[in-house]
Design a protein around this ligand. Structure first.
Ligand code: NAD
Length: 500
């Protein structure tokens, strides 16, 4: 028994059995493989700092073989040519299989990324919903649309592209796996997914379920576990992909986009954020404070589209700040699988150092620490815990400009609508901003003035299947996710013309 996380009695029997192996392998062409040189990396429980297991650390040749498997499966497995209703039925079966194991997936996800169990459960439900959404949507696509042009018979046919690559981060491992894979598979493509090295377990458990229940032909889904600079770079640079998708930091996104550019592979990038909440003076102060504190402490603030800059109308600024500070102090920090925990750990030491480092750098540049934050202790657990923090001051401060990715909000007052919009838009990022007011006409006006992919009214982090979710500027490019456009991105159009 190599598991060191917790007594197995705390784990569901299926989860304990899954982790009860000296090393987990990657999943390529329907089989479990080790890295060619036997390389592995450790996966750690962020709540205890203890090793959960080790996982195969694939090298370039291993990843290239996985891409070949996906190319071969596209050409020869029948998946791409399967009637759409049959393919959709297969994806519904996959969603049903995950739903039947929702507790197991949720426990694995919670353990692996330090996410509070209820939040992990919501992510697993989102994965299920995403597969069902795209499985249904694929049956409504017009795979041949006639174009009426004089003197010609013309139409557009839509086919899957081929093998598609996916690189995902550690903050929403399973949810983002669903957002990536579901539209690509529903359109008939084959996939190679590289999970983040911090959080590969839910993707591997998915492969186990897929293999045991024979849910997909071999090679249609491949999961290449490994380190970013090795396995991730091998995905980014492989010229056999027909579509690429990257979710993660702008720094790595730029490298992956450069590699895709060299291969002329279309790429979708979903990157970081520095969202603003613009709060007007007519709001219910307690209710709005409650929602914003809930958003910034959700998954310990490791959320790309979070509101991290809180712009508050000057007439309610002091009261609002006080309400937020009181609520943040009351957040219960604890182990992610313990009942009653509202905020779990950060994912690793690097992330904790990053958050604590921004508090220091922000103060050094003159920010006021309204609520101190800092490292937190949880009895009996040696994990990567921090307290929520509130900073205030000039929006030129480093902590107001750069993505911190932790439970830290930066506060500043504004005087009128025009200034609120200007401050919200004064960032290189453009993912999600929100406006808060009882005046819904004003809300609509302000939301439309945001230079971001998403604008929310009297709420933050609202992502709904059917509504495009994407970033602009440093937050992303190449089309978004979870909407009909996403499915279309995974279909290659060909125009057919016959002169009459
Ligand atoms: P990251 O960019 O460090 O890593 C993301 C993925 O890229 C991981 O799988 C990693 O292994 C891989 N990678 C690292 N180096 C690589 C390389 N040289 N070549 C190819 N792949 C490489 O990001 P992270 O720290 O895991 O995630 C946090 C970031 O993700 C934040 O900026 C956050 O805002 C962003 N994010 C964005 C969205 C969105 O939808 N816009 C969603 C979630 C997270």
């Amino acid at each position: 028994m190599s598991t060191t996380i917790a007594p197995t009695s705390d784990l569901l029997p299926e989860v304990a059995a899954f982790l009860d192996s000296p090393s987990l392998k990657a999943f390529v062409n329907g089989e479990w493989i080790d890295a060619s040189g036997g390389q592995t990396f450790d996966v750690v429980d962020p709540g205890t700092g203890q090793k959960i297991t080790t996982v195969a650390s694939l090298q370039k040749d291993d990843v290239d073989r996985a891409v070949d498997a996906a190319v071969n499966a596209f050409e020869g497995s029948g998946w791409a040519k399967m009637p759409v209703n049959e393919r959709s039925a297969a994806l519904h079966r996959l969603a049903d299989a995950v739903e039947a194991r929702k507790a197991q997936f949720s426990q694995i996800e919670s353990l692996d990324c330090g996410k509070v169990f209820a939040q992990a459960e919501a992510d697993v439900q989102n994965f299920i919903d995403t597969f069902r959404y795209f499985a249904d949507l694929a049956q409504q696509v017009n795979y041949r649309s006639v174009i009426g042009v004089k003197g010609h018979e013309a139409w557009i046919a839509r086919h899957p592209w081929g093998a598609c690559g996916f690189i995902v981060p550690w903050n929403f491992p399973f949810l983002l796996t669903g957002w990536g894979l579901a539209p690509a598979l529903a359109a008939g493509n084959t996939c190679v997914l590289k999970p983040a090295e911090d959080t590969p377990l839910s993707a591997l458990y998915l492969c186990k379920v897929v293999q045991e229940l024979d849910l997909l032909p071999a090679g249609v889904l491949n999961v290449t576990t490994g380190i970013g600079e090795t396995a991730g770079a091998a995905i980014a640079n492989n010229p056999k992909f027909r579509r690429m998708s990257f979710t993660g930091s702008p720094e790595v996104g730029r490298m992956v986009a450069e590699a895709s550019g060299r291969n002329l592979t279309p790429i979708k990038c979903e990157l970081g954020g520095k969202g603003a909440a613009v709060v007007f003076d007519d709001v219910d102060i307690e209710e709005t404070a409650e929602k914003l504190v809930g958003a910034i402490t959700f998954h310990s603030g490791q959320v790309c589209c979070d509101a991290t800059r809180w712009l508050i109308h000057k007439d309610i600024y002091d009261k609002f700040v006080g309400e937020c500070a009181d609520r943040m102090k009351a957040v219960s920090i604890g182990y992610q699988l313990d009942a009653g925990t509202q905020m779990g750990p950060l994912v690793n030491t690097k992330q904790r150092d990053r958050v604590l480092g921004y508090l220091e750098k922000g103060v050094a540049e003159g920010a006021e620490l309204v609520l101190e934050g800092g490292a937190a202790k949880v009895a009996g657990k040696n994990g990567y815990y921090v307290k929520p923090a509130l900073m205030a001051g000039s929006l030129d401060n480093i902590a107001a400009r750069e993505e911190i990715f932790g439970p830290v909000a930066y506060l500043a007052p504004f005087a009128n609508e025009e200034e609120g919009i200007r401050l919200a838009n004064n960032t290189e990022y453009g993912l999600g901003n929100s406006v808060w007011s009882r005046d819904l006409v004003r809300c609509a006006r302000v939301a439309e003035a945001f230079e971001s992919g998403n604008g929310w009214i009297n709420a933050h982090n609202v992502i709904v299947h059917g509504v495009p979710y994407a970033g602009v500027g440093k937050s992303g490019m190449g089309g978004g996710v979870v909407s009909p456009d996403t499915l279309n991105d995974y279909l290659r159009p060909i125009s057919i013309v016959r002169p009459l």
